[in-house]
Design a protein around this ligand. Structure first.
Ligand SMILES: Cc1cc2nc3c(=O)[nH]c(=O)nc-3n(C[C@H](O)[C@H](O)[C@H](O)COP(=O)(O)OP(=O)(O)OC[C@H]3O[C@@H](n4cnc5c(N)ncnc54)[C@H](O)[C@@H]3O)c2cc1C
Length: 442
């Protein structure tokens, strides 16, 4: 006799893992089904081993050849994130008649977001850039982080966090397991099992079936629409966003400092007016090689020798929804004229700041992306309870975003996860309590 779960969660990124932890804590029988492996923590914090967590070792790309970073591992892409926390794009939920404000507050506490990250970890280089940018009239501020400064040892977060300072989906995954949830890894879910218009379980590529009263798809912006489509919602993945970004580089002997964390600062002055955010990133050799050389073309290779002196300012845009995710998992997403306009305006400002800071030899890499999202969309293929037209089949992750974000997504994903759990508790008749803050770890 197959085990019957109360809740099956597909994907263990920040959204899915949060739902799983909340439901397990409420005494529900929870199963997490994850495509990736539980990569051991000793792989974190090292450049080459970090690539094992990324889909196609970091070389996943659109049909047009644009690189898109996402992780296939327990804990989701947040495991390799920069730990930057920003609220959702203004008005994004209000426009679809949803109020996420309470859950955003709860998620802030749950993830222990640090609003005043210490200067010693942001680093002298970025603090100097902040001075220069502000003197030019661009308001750069310290970036709030879901990183515990007392544990953080500095350096690039995009290699994974070896000190356990950064919050990721792994924290609620472990909480869920402590409360009795099951986790199966290396299990690629292909569809929900639907009987008489109701989801009753999921099936994996290996042919394994799991049964439960409710199914929550949280396989990320590229994963969930495929599963939803294969389950009988044909329009899912018809278009999507991915927050295209590029780095504008300059070189300066004294600016980058070895322990600067990624995205120590942010400038959100252009978010509402122009649809982009600016943030400095001091690259490790691996990131520099990937973005400047692979992303930008081999003509950048000669500059590689100078990577230690490379300073970059990232422009990340709220891109137009478009493209398509195909049944074989490949996807197309050409940038629109409007997207290019935003990228170029960001580049212009970044160039001005870098020049004023004394950087030389400026160039921008080719655009790439790291936030696939809005491929299912609240208001289109799911309602404001995250439910699809198939009863008891929910979608709760970046794919449910009503629009592309153009901003860091993890805080919002976690808030969505908390909201999803409240909705499920009500459905299943479980008392609703506030989420208690968790200790961060990896
Ligand atoms: C390098 C990098 C840096 C980033 N930095 C930041 C940052 O500083 N701040 C921020 O807020 N955001 C950042 N992001 C973005 C952020 O990490 C993601 O937007 C966020 O993790 C998305 O959460 P999610 O729950 O929607 O899905 P994901 O984190 O993508 O998790 C989805 C999970 O589902 C699994 N999965 C996929 N398909 C299947 C399937 N078919 N069956 C079973 N499981 C499946 C995946 O393995 C994964 O574990 C960054 C992303 C990258 C790649």
């Amino acid at each position: 006799m197959e085990k019957q779960y109360d809740v099956i969660v597909v994907g263990t990124g920040p959204a899915g893992a949060t739902v799983a932890a909340q439901m397990a804590k409420a005494g529900q029988k929870v199963l997490m089904v994850e495509k990736g492996a539980y990569h051991p923590s000793w792989l974190l914090g090292k450049q080459i081993p970090a690539l094992l967590h990324f889909d196609k070792l970091g070389l996943l790309s659109t049909r047009e050849g644009m690189m898109v970073a996402r992780c296939i591992t327990v804990g989701g892409s947040a495991v390799m994130s920069c730990g930057s926390a920003m609220p959702p794009y203004p008005g994004m939920y209000e426009r679809v008649g949803m109020d996420l404000s309470e859950e955003l507050k709860e998620a802030h506490a749950y993830m222990r977001i640090e609003d005043d990250f210490p200067e010693r970890l942001i680093g002298k280089g970025q603090m100097r850039l902040m001075e220069v940018a502000n003197s030019l009239g661009y308001e750069f501020k310290k970036m709030p982080k879901f990183i515990d400064p007392t544990k953080c040892v500095g350096g690039s977060c995009m290699k994974g966090c070896s000190s356990g300072a950064k919050w990721s989906g792994r924290v609620p995954v472990e909480e869920a397991r402590r409360y009795g949830a099951d986790l199966v890894t290396r299990s690629h879910v292909v569809r929900a099992i639907v009987e008489q218009g109701e989801a009753v379980g999921v099936e994996t590529r290996q042919g394994k079936k799991y049964f439960g009263k409710t199914v929550v798809l949280a396989a990320g912006g590229l994963g969930s629409p495929l599963i939803l489509r294969a389950s009988g919602v044909p329009g899912a993945g018809d278009k999507f966003g991915f927050d295209a970004l590029w780095f504008t580089y300059g070189f300066h002997k004294d600016l980058p400092t070895v322990n600067d964390i990624d995205m120590g600062l942010g400038c959100s002055s252009f978010v509402e007016s122009d649809g982009f955010v600016l943030s400095p990133v001091m690259h490790t050799w691996g990131m520099y090689l990937a973005s400047a050389t692979v992303g930008g073309g081999w003509s950048y290779l000669p500059k590689f020798a100078k990577f230690r002196h490379a300073v970059s300012i990232m422009t990340k845009i709220k891109d137009d929804l478009g493209g398509k995710i195909f049944d074989d998992g490949s996807f197309s997403k050409p940038l629109t004229d409007n997207d290019w306009k935003k990228l170029r305006k960001g580049e212009e400002i970044a160039t001005r700041i870098l020049k004023a800071a004394g950087c030389t030899d400026l160039f921008s890499c080719k655009p790439f992306a790291a936030h696939p999202c809005a491929s299912v969309r609240i208001g289109d293929h799911v309602d404001t309870n995250f439910e699809s037209k198939i009863k008891n089949l929910f979608v709760c992750d970046t794919s449910a975003f009503p629009e592309s974000m153009g901003l860091p997504c993890v805080w919002t994903c976690t808030a969505q996860g908390l909201k999803m759990a409240k909705i499920l508790k009500e459905r299943l008749g479980v008392p609703v309590a506030k989420a208690a803050p968790l200790p961060r770890s990896g």
